[in-house]
Every structure is written in structure tokens, then in C-alpha cells.
Design a protein around this ligand. Structure first.
Ligand code: BGC
Length: 752
């Protein structure tokens, strides 16, 4: 099917561009045998200044504040950058975002497309292949909708469970987040389109996102948020990086020489282009000279900084012409490298929704986390003849996160009219009802539904049932933060139901972790996140045991806000709020913070139960060349159901010296039949054993003994082994596959 689309697309686009698209002696940049760098260089050499300027200013492609979008854009989408037909360069048609093809507000006709579960749900799969397949699926829908740039790849770390965009990202750990997001980017780009990674960097709170100043020790940033971006970029090779709204250590991210020129383009070796977030530009000369290559979404900013103002700045010499060339060259390089010129997108093409729904359903199923299952309440068995489902609009659909990334579903909003109906809403329920899916899977049970508005009525219904399942929700969206709790009176509802019937399970659809004051009285808890287009079917498959749960938390579920690095969330929940946001926890994010401070979370990072039992053992580790360590371990399914086990490898220096007692340094998810075992090897990236030394501008591994532990979670370590590692220093621009160049540091040196 996909192949037919590609052929059709090729035929249509060749017809559209005509003979002019062919390479020839006069248009050598269209010769795909040349490298992207050569092609970009050749094309820029032919361009007028006006053409170069065309490539560095993007437009919002929807109505905005009474302004109409430019012709040529795909109406109702995030962005449009005109092409250069004279040179065979197509426009850039940009769409949000990381879970599917979104539609921007203002557009009356919505693109109805397939949505993956939220980004945090995909991270909870701990399965890079699933992330790749999801990326490939949404990228194909983007392509078949006429888009060649997808504004996906959100990898800001979850420093605070109240960040309203946690659902768009991939959790709190740089290795897990970078691996999952990098895989998704690679999947998107396998469609010959560009993906971004965003929002670079430290856009870890929505409150004051356009005004707050994230203050962090630079070395700590390298070992946390920036490392997540570095891993995502190395794995996914995104064509573009989107700089964020906030300031970092005093400078706005989109005019931050340290972030863009020194770290991203210098140390990370990023060869693509930096685009701004929509409304994140504040200057012309400073931004251009600090590394921004493309201003996005005009007129979101107050001025066309990279339009007429950039032209003036070049004329006056404040921005050298060579820098404008570099900006245009970077944009073109990514367009050549990722197939936008050689394999142009069609205006539109048929989408195989059935195939795409299978992809999102598998993603949701692997990301759902069984948090608690006392007395094996789940899976629901034939003995549960009377099942009452309560709340969460589970009779109609499943909740989605909102904001620019919202994908409008085929079939429309299952629960229209909930506030807010306008930005940052609408509140959206995808029309895949868990109740209807349960009825399909459990035809011999009587399944009733109570909406939960009245806790007493819900408790009465629960009393007469064999099992009660409460669906509980926390809505979230871009541009707001949310309290670390369920919406409205759902805590009281759950208490009332659990009191009436001890055989109560709770299914959560949340942004990230919430407080669960009722947890001790509820035997089964399932975290389903925002589970996407086929979320109802995925939840029903988990509840009935058709699918064995295999998701694990990509974030710490704290017991209360008192455990957070900042118990009181700063700012006033306005995105314009200006304040300093000191990330004093540095690189001790999430479980590292909890471990360092001996906190007992509600559910720890990496936690996730299953309906079978796994043995974790036979761990061994050996130092490998180049500072890596190879860790081997065996996972065995000692229960009676097939399932997927996740082996998590944590490292600790025996002598301390890290920001926290342990770091995740490797993981692997394997499918195991009952009784089966598999031995797995993971190669630990040496940067995960190092501290970043800002003065030496290098990663430094302290010599000594390191303990490697195999865990079922960060707090459930089942087997350990110790390896002695030599001292090693790797330059800041070191990349995997590169030999260690620098000499070892003096003995006893341990970084910070
Ligand atoms: C968001 C980005 C998004 C862009 C375009 C911004 O408000 O922060 O994530 O890609 O809008 O819609």
C-alpha cells in the first residue's frame, strides 16, 4: 500500500515540477549522486539574496488574530516556507506534531487523522521499535497529507509532574527519552520528510514559558536535558531542531550562542537547521549570530526579524552575507539529505487508516502500565459477571492532550462542549469507547456504566457489582501547567467506590503522575496515559488479559508535591510570566532526585507489573574498548503467560561522585513465551559513566569500581556485578563510534 502511495506521489510530483526538476549540467544540485552538503553548496551558489531570505522566514499557515495565511501553505497547518521553483526547490509544508497530523485552531475544516498515544505513553513502552513504527506511521500520514516537515520529536525532560506538556515528551531520563524520541524521528524521516526535535532546551515548565529564565549549571545541563537531545539527534538525525520560548541562563533559547552555536552545532555536530518555536524570536542580529537559521510562524513574533530586518542587517554588515549563506545552506542541506527535493510530497494521497490504527493500538498496549494488582484483580475473568464501569466518559471514548499537537479524530470529538472549548482546548475525547470494547471482549458479562458525577450513586452501583472499574482523568494542554492531581472530585469518587466494593480497579488517563490518596484502598491501578485513537481497545485488551501489560514508568510517580525539587510551583500559570527558575537539582532529575534524597515515591521510575512472572539474573559486565562497558543478562518468563519483559541496567560508582546514586545506562525489551529465557547484551555509552567537566570541556570517567544492577525498576534491583573501569576523558564533541582521543585524567579526579 505504502509503495503504491510512494509511486503515485512520485508520478504526481514529477508532473507538477515538470522537466525543470531534472538535474543537468546547469542544475547539478539536483543530482542525487552528490552529497547533501555538495548539493546545498551548489544551490546556494546560484541563489539571489532574495531567494536566500525566502528560505529563512516561515509563515503560520492558519488564520491568526484576523490575519489570513499566505497562499501556497496547507490551510489549517502550523507552517509554510515558500520554495524556489526556479531552482527546483519545493516549499516546506510544516505540520504539528509528535503523535500525528494536527490541525491548527482557526481552521474550520479539521484534518481527521490517526493519533498515537501521548509521547510519554510511547516512552513507557521502553521499546525503540515501537517508537520507530509509530513515527513511520504518523510520518506517512503527514506525507500523504501534503507535509514534508513534521514538528515532532519533543524530548524536554520531565522535571516536574505538573508541566502541562509532559504528555508530549518522553519522561525524565536522558537515555530512555533520547532513545525513544530518536527512534520516532527516524521513523518519521523514513518517509522522506524532515522531523524536528524540540523544544531546545529546558522548556520543562509551561508557566512563564515565554518569560522564565531556566538557570542551570552548564555541566548539569549537559548530563540531563542536553544529553537527551544529544541522544535523540544521534539516533534520529533530525533535519531540524526547534529552539524553545524560554530563556536559558539569561538568554532566550533562540538567541543563545552557548546552546545553538557552541553545544548544538559545535559539540553535537548538528548539520541541519535551527528553526524557532512560533513566537520565540526577539532579535535579528543576536539571533542570527547566535545560531538561529529560520524564523517560524510569522506573524507570531512581534517583528519579521528574519524578513526585511535581516535584509537590512546584512546590508549594514551586522550579519555577514556568509552567515545568511550558512543559514540557507543548512536549510537546503536538510531538504536534500531527507529526500524533500528528490521525492516531493503529493498534495494529498489515500491513507490506509486500518493499518495505521493497528500501529497506534500496539503502541498504546505496550505503553499501558500496570501499577498495582493485589490479589490478581486483573485480568478480569469469567467470574466477574457484573462489571460496573464508572466515570471518565468511558462509555464514549478516551481523553487526549490538547494544544498545537492535538490530532482531530475521524468520527469527531466523542464528548464535545467540555470547557475549555477554545485554546488551550478543546478538550478532546477520541471516539473509541472502553465500555464498548469491553462489551465486545466479555460478551458473557453484564457491563453497566455510571458517569461518576454523583459519588453516592456510583458507590451504590459498585456495591451491586462483582468488580468496579473507575476511569479517572487529568486533562492537560500546551501553555498551561496542571496540579499533580486528578481533575475535579474524582479522588472522592474513587474513595466512595472503593469503600463500597473492595474489588475496585482504577484506570488513569493522565498527563503524567498524579497523587493517589486512595491507592492503599484500591487493589488494581492501571496507567493508560492519553492512549490515542484506539485507546479504548487497548485498555480493554489489557483489562481482559488479551494483552499482557508490559509498560514501565518513564517518570517517577511522586507520593506528593512535597517530594518535588520545587514543592510550590513558581509563577502564576501565565505563559508570559517573567521569573527566574533555578534548576538547583541540576542533573538529579526524577528518580535521581528521589534516590539522592531517600524519598519513597508512590511508584518508582521503571516500575510496571505484568500478568506473568519474570526472573532477572545472570548479569555480567566487562569493560570494552573506548570507555564502554558491555553488560549481559538473562530474562526468563517463569509464569504461565507470554509477555514482554524489560531489563533495566543501572550503574553506580562504588565511590560515589555522581549527581545521584545511580543512572539508567541500558535497557532491553524482549518477548518471552512461558518458560522461555533470553540473554541480552547492552553496550553502555561511556558518557553515561562520566561527569561532564565544564572547565576541561570533556566527559570524564573516574577510575574505579562500578556496580551494574539489573532491575525490574529503579527501586527493584535483582542482580548486580562490579567492574573496574580505567580513567578516561572524552572530548565534548565525542560521538559513538569515535575512538577516545584525549588522555586519561589524573587519578582520583572525579568531576564535580
Ligand atoms: C508550540 C510548538 C509547535 C508550534 C507550531 C508552538 O506554540 O510550542 O510545539 O510546533 O507552536 O504550532
Amino acid at each position: 500500500m505504502r509503495r503504491i502511495h510512494l509511486l503515485l506521489a512520485l508520478a504526481l510530483s514529477l508532473a507538477a515540477v515538470g522537466a525543470t526538476a531534472h538535474a543537468g549540467p546547469s542544475r547539478p544540485w539536483l543530482n542525487s549522486a552528490l552529497s547533501p552538503d555538495q548539493r546545498a553548496q551548489l544551490a546556494v551558489g546560484q541563489m539571489t539574496q532574495a531567494e536566500k531570505l525566502t528560505l529563512v522566514l516561515g509563515y503560520f499557515a492558519s488564520d491568526w488574530q484576523g490575519k489570513k495565511p499566505p497562499k501556497g501553505g496547507r490551510y489549517g497547518s502550523a507552517g509554510y516556507v515558500p520554495g524556489i521553483p526556479r531552482l527546483g526547490i519545493p516549499p516546506q509544508w510544516q505540520t504539528d506534531a509528535g503523535i500525528g497530523v494536527a490541525t491548527q485552531g482557526g481552521a474550520t475544516v479539521k484534518r481527521e487523522r490517526t493519533s498515537l498515544p501521548s509521547g510519554i505513553a510511547t516512552a513507557a513502552t521502553w521499546n525503540p521499535q515501537i517508537a520507530f513504527q509509530g513515527g513511520r506511521m504518523i510520518g506517512s500520514e503527514a506525507r500523504d497529507s501534503g507535509f514534508n516537515v513534521m514538528l515532532a520529536g519533543g524530548v524536554d525532560l520531565a522535571r516536574d509532574p505538573r508541566n502541562g506538556r509532559n504528555f508530549e515528551y518522553a519522561g525524565e531520563d536522558p537515555l530512555l527519552a533520547g532513545t525513544i524520541v530518536g527512534s520516532e524521528i527516524a521513523g518519521i524521516q523514513s518517509n522522506h520528510i524532515i522531523s524536528t526535535t524540540k523544544h531546545y532546551a529546558l522548556n520543562d515548565l509551561e508557566t512563564g514559558r515565554k518569560g522564565h529564565d531556566a538557570r542551570i549549571d552548564p555541566a548539569a545541563a549537559r548530563m540531563s536535558d542536553l544529553l537527551a537531545f544529544q541522544f535523540a539527534i544521534e539516533r534520529g538525525d533530525p533535519g531540524s531542531v526547534m529552539c524553545s520560548y524560554n530563556r536559558v541562563n539569561g538568554n532566550f533559547a533562540c538567541e543563545n550562542d552557548w546552546l545553538l552555536n557552541q553545544v548544538l552545532k559545535g559539540d553535537f555536530g548538528f548539520r541541519g537547521y535551527v528553526m524557532s518555536d512560533w513566537g520565540a524570536v526577539h532579535s535579528t542580529v543576536k539571533a542570527a549570530m547566535s545560531g538561529l537559521d529560520q524564523q517560524s510562524g510569522w506573524p507570531f513574533d512581534d517583528k519579521p526579524y528574519f524578513g526585511s530586518l535581516l535584509k537590512q542587517a546584512v546590508a549594514s554588515g551586522k550579519v555577514p552575507e556568509a552567515r545568511l549563506d550558512d543559514m540557507a545552506r543548512r536549510v537546503l542541506r536538510s531538504m536534500f539529505a531527507h529526500g524533500l527535493v528528490d521525492d516531493p510530497v503529493p498534495g494529498s494521497a489515500a491513507i490506509d487508516y486500518a493499518a495505521d490504527e493497528a500501529v497506534t493500538q500496539t503502541d498504546a498496549e505496550q505503553g499501558i502500565v500496570l501499577l498495582k494488582n493485589d490479589g490478581n484483580l486483573l485480568p478480569l475473568t469469567g467470574a466477574a459477571r457484573r462489571i460496573v464501569v464508572i466515570g471518565g466518559h468511558a462509555d464514549k471514548g478516551v481523553l487526549a492532550g490538547s494544544g498545537s499537537s492535538l490530532v482531530y479524530p475521524r468520527g469527531g470529538n466523542a464528548v464535545p462542549g467540555l470547557e475549555p472549548t477554545g485554546w488551550p482546548g478543546p478538550v478532546m475525547y477520541f471516539p473509541d469507547s472502553p465500555v464498548k470494547e469491553l462489551e465486545r471482549l466479555a460478551p458473557n458479562a453484564t457491563i453497566s456504566f455510571v458517569d461518576g458525577a454523583d459519588p453516592a450513586a456510583a458507590a451504590a452501583a459498585a456495591r451491586n457489582a462483582d468488580v468496579a472499574i473507575v476511569f479517572a482523568t487529568q486533562w492537560s494542554s500546551e501553555s498551561i501547567d496542571v496540579p499533580m492531581k486528578l481533575d475535579g472530585n474524582q479522588d472522592a469518587l474513587i474513595e466512595a467506590v472503593a469503600t463500597a466494593n473492595p474489588r475496585t480497579g482504577v484506570v488513569l488517563e493522565t498527563n503524567a503522575g498524579v497523587a493517589m490518596p486512595w491507592a492503599p484502598r484500591v487493589p488494581a491501578i492501571v496507567e493508560a496515559w492519553y492512549p490515542g485513537t484506539d485507546g479504548g481497545a487497548a485498555i480493554a485488551n489489557i483489562l481482559t488479559g488479551r494483552v499482557n501489560p508490559s509498560g514501565h514508568l518513564p517518570v517517577t510517580f511522586y507520593a506528593s508535591e512535597a517530594q518535588l525539587p520545587r514543592p510550590v510551583r513558581p509563577g502564576s500559570n501565565s505563559e508570559m510570566d517573567q521569573f527566574t527558575l533555578p534548576y538547583t537539582e541540576g542533573a538529579a532529575v526524577g528518580y535521581k532526585w528521589a534516590d539522592r534524597n531517600n524519598l519513597q515515591p508512590l511508584f518508582p521510575f521503571g516500575h510496571g507489573l505484568s500478568y506473568t512472572r519474570y526472573d532477572y539474573g545472570q548479569i555480567s559486565a566487562a569493560a570494552a574498548p573506548g570507555g564502554s562497558v558491555r553488560v549481559q543478562f538473562t530474562l526468563r518468563n517463569s509464569g504461565s503467560r507470554a509477555g514482554m519483559a524489560v531489563g533495566q541496567v543501572y550503574a553506580s560508582p562504588a565511590n560515589g561522585g555522581w549527581q545521584a546514586p545511580r543512572r539508567l545506562v541500558g535497557f532491553s525489551k524482549v518477548e518471552l513465551a512461558p518458560g522461555a529465557a533470553q540473554t541480552v547484551a547492552v553496550d553502555v555509552d561511556p558518557r553515561l559513566l562520566a561527569n561532564f567537566d565544564e572547565a576541561a570541556h570533556a566527559w570524564r570517567i573516574a577510575p574505579g569500581a562500578y556496580i551494574f544492577s539489573l532491575g525490574a525498576s529503579s527501586r527493584d534491583l535483582r542482580a548486580t556485578t562490579t567492574v573496574t573501569v580505567p580513567a578516561l576523558s572524552l572530548p565534548a564533541n565525542w560521538r559513538p563510534g569515535q575512538e577516545a582521543a584525549a588522555p586519561a585524567p589524573q587519578s582520583g579526579e572525579r568531576g564535580r
